[in-house]
Design a protein around this ligand. Structure first.
Ligand code: NAD
Length: 253
């Protein structure tokens, strides 16, 4: 079993009860980590932290807009105030602007890049500074997508942001390897969270068409991603950095 006892993890975008951020947080808490959750939706992320505490886990929460550089500094300060250090950062917050390029506005483009890619740069930078100052390494797990590996029609801005997360992470991993700060990406396929439910709405025909493209014959569950994040966060992954981990039921095999 993965052991995260004594580790402190910060997870962004963790407000949704069936989202990937909360699934990762739940898995890491179950393995012994203390959790600091953030999200744009402060009330909802407070509720998620309360759920973890009700299960006997150690958890705090704070509202955060991941695109705001000044707020990132405050979040790291709050994590240190709560738990004394940070060992793990999961850059999970994200949005999906799914629109053909010809219908996309510049505002759509900049919003997508800002929330999905600028945020990963901002968070990784402050976390690496703090981890270097602490001097005992760390693990950063950045949520990309299969859309960060292969082209998907109608997702140009989303794919650009997620492809950027992938190569940003590989490059930073090379810069931080000697500090034992590992940086990896997770590439989910189709996981049944609010993000997919909003995109597909209640359209059973589209749902069935998507499932038909998944070799394992089902959408992924948030816990499928949570397990991968927890593994990469742990010392069991101590010799893994600059790598990408596809969790997609075989979609891009
Ligand atoms: P979700 O929409 O359920 O959760 C995303 C969370 O991010 C929300 O709680 C939202 O409030 C938060 N958020 C949005 N903008 C923010 C901001 N500016 N600051 C702080 N928080 C903000 O999505 P999810 O499906 O759980 O996805 C989580 C991550 O996984 C995203 O990066 C997404 O792109 C990626 N991903 C998801 C899937 C999937 O099938 N669900 C597939 C590939 C990649």
């Amino acid at each position: 079993m993965i052991d995260l006892n004594g580790k402190v993890a910060l997870v962004t975008g963790a407000a949704s009860a069936n989202g990937l951020g909360f699934a990762a947080a739940l898995k890491m808490a179950g393995q012994g980590a203390s959790l600091f959750l953030t999200d744009l939706d402060g009330a909802a992320v407070d509720a998620r932290a309360a759920e973890l505490r009700a299960q006997g886990f150690s958890a705090q929460a704070m509202a955060q807009d991941v695109t705001d550089e000044a707020v990132w500094t405050k979040v790291i300060e709050a994590v240190i105030a709560a738990f004394g250090k940070i060992d793990i950062l999961v850059n999970n917050a994200g949005i999906a602007v799914l629109r053909p390029m010809s219908e996309m506005t510049s505002a759509d483009w900049h919003k997508q890049i800002s929330v999905n890619l600028d945020s990963v740069y901002l968070g990784t930078k402050v976390a690496v500074d703090q981890m270097r100052a602490q001097g005992h390494g760390g693990s950063i797990v950045n949520l990309s997508s299969i859309a960060g590996l292969v082209g998907v029609q109608g997702t140009a801005a989303y794919a650009a942001s997620k492809g950027g997360v992938r190569l940003f992470s590989k490059s930073v991993a090379l810069e931080t390897a000697r500090d034992n700060i590992r940086v990896n990406t997770v590439h989910p396929g189709m996981i049944w969270t609010d993000m997919q439910q909003v995109a597909i709405a209640d359209n059973k025909e589209i749902f069935d068409q998507i499932v038909a493209t998944i070799p394992m014959g089902r959408m992924g569950e948030p816990a499928d991603i949570g397990s991968m994040v927890a593994f990469l966060a742990s010392d069991d992954a101590r010799y893994i950095t600059g790598c990408e981990f596809v969790v997609d039921g075989g979609m891009v095999a």
